[in-house]
Design a protein around this ligand. Structure first.
Ligand SMILES: [Zn+2]
Ligand SMILES: [Zn+2]
Ligand SMILES: [Zn+2]
Length: 148
């Protein structure tokens, strides 16, 4: 966790961004909750930690972190407001149950080869990926079976 936090701060520094109090507090808020927060959640957490930090600074920090692939917005639960997830090591993976909206996290990643291939073929430089699989979780499969 600490190592990840340091690498995020490194990332800000290396890209020439100042480590302002607002940015560090937003980062800390996200890390305290292991990501998975809407902008409203972040705003509330930041205000609790430091009421001096304004709403606009929080939104600007979220935009900057998104741009740097430190976080990405996802649209779990088909809600209108995105949920921000942290991108440790540049990626984040979900399996989302289309029946109960349960989100299953997994770390395993075999996309290195695909990324290298895409970079070569499409002349892009990739900084991360968000992977979402959709399907039925174990209990929803069981329910479907007993219903039929
Ligand atoms: Zn389910
Ligand atoms: Zn997640
Ligand atoms: Zn991955």
């Amino acid at each position: 966790m600490l190592e990840e936090s340091n690498s995020r701060i490194e990332r800000l520094r290396n890209t020439g961004h100042k480590l302002t109090n607002a940015r560090l507090t937003v980062l800390r808020a996200l890390e305290n909750h292991d990501g998975h927060m809407t902008s409203t959640d972040v705003l509330e957490a930041v205000t609790r930690m430091d009421p001096e930090i304004g709403r606009a600074s929080v939104f600007r920090a979220l935009d900057l972190f998104t741009q740097l692939s430190i976080i990405r917005p996802t649209y779990i639960d088909s809600s209108v407001t995105p949920t921000y997830v942290l991108m440790p090591g540049g990626h984040h993976h979900h399996i989302i149950c289309t029946n109960c909206n349960r989100v299953i996290e997994f770390e395993e990643c075999k996309l290195d080869q695909l990324e290298a291939e895409l970079e070569r073929k499409l002349h892009v430089r990739l900084t991360g990926h968000l992977l979402e699989f959709y399907g039925l979780c174990e209990s929803c499969q069981d329910r479907a079976k007993s219903d039929s």
